[in-house]
Design a binder for this molecule. Structure first.
Ligand code: SAM
Length: 161
């Protein structure tokens, strides 16, 4: 499988999982969290499919497309190892949907980071809330659920409280 194939599978999976998770959580009132803004493509998509919902973006250094940059009051700037614990104090266990795409090209490093942030993400999710991730996460209290049609196994993961 080429790197192009892997990239396409990741993009298709992100869209399929985000569309699915947005529908499944549309009756929940809590905020939506985007972990890792990057270019802002997934944030832009989340805004399109969830126009009425509050989306907060966690990012250490903003470098997104101008069309895909959150307003200052919805940006939580800093390293997620510090901003996620602070978000629990600010928002409580009320996030309706959390999307994480924090990794880079090094799969081993991504996995180590996913293990590290899993316990910081876990307490933020509301009852029946969903967490969509490009990396496998390591949760004690969230269950992994089946992927929607078009998502590619191993390229995206969905967890539910
Ligand atoms: N989903 C994005 C998109 O569609 O454009 C791409 C996200 S990019 C793969 C990963 C982002 O996560 C980068 O912008 C990086 O700065 C951010 N990131 C990685 N580790 C982080 C950390 N510890 N704290 C905050 N942001 C982090």
């Amino acid at each position: 499988m080429s790197r192009l194939d892997i990239f396409i599978d990741r993009m298709v999976s992100q869209r399929a999982c985000l569309d699915h998770a947005a529908r499944m959580t549309d009756t929940l009132s809590g905020p939506v969290f985007e972990l890792g803004l990057g270019n802002g493509r997934t944030y832009h998509h989340m805004r399109e499919i969830m126009p009425g919902r509050e989306i907060y973006v966690f990012e250490r250094a903003v470098a997104s497309h101008p069309d895909s940059t959150p307003p200052d009051e919805r940006l939580i700037l800093g390293d997620v190892r510090e901003t996620l614990p602070a978000a629990l104090d600010r928002f409580g266990p009320n996030a309706s949907l959390i999307h994480a795409d924090l990794g880079g090209h090094n799969l081993e490093k991504n996995d180590r980071f996913a293990r590290l942030v899993s316990p910081l993400v876990e307490p933020l999710l509301a009852e029946c809330g969903l967490m969509v991730s490009s990396d496998r996460m390591y949760f004690d209290t969230l269950e992994e659920i089946d992927l929607p049609e078009h998502a590619v196994k191993g390229r995206c993961f969905i967890y539910r409280r």
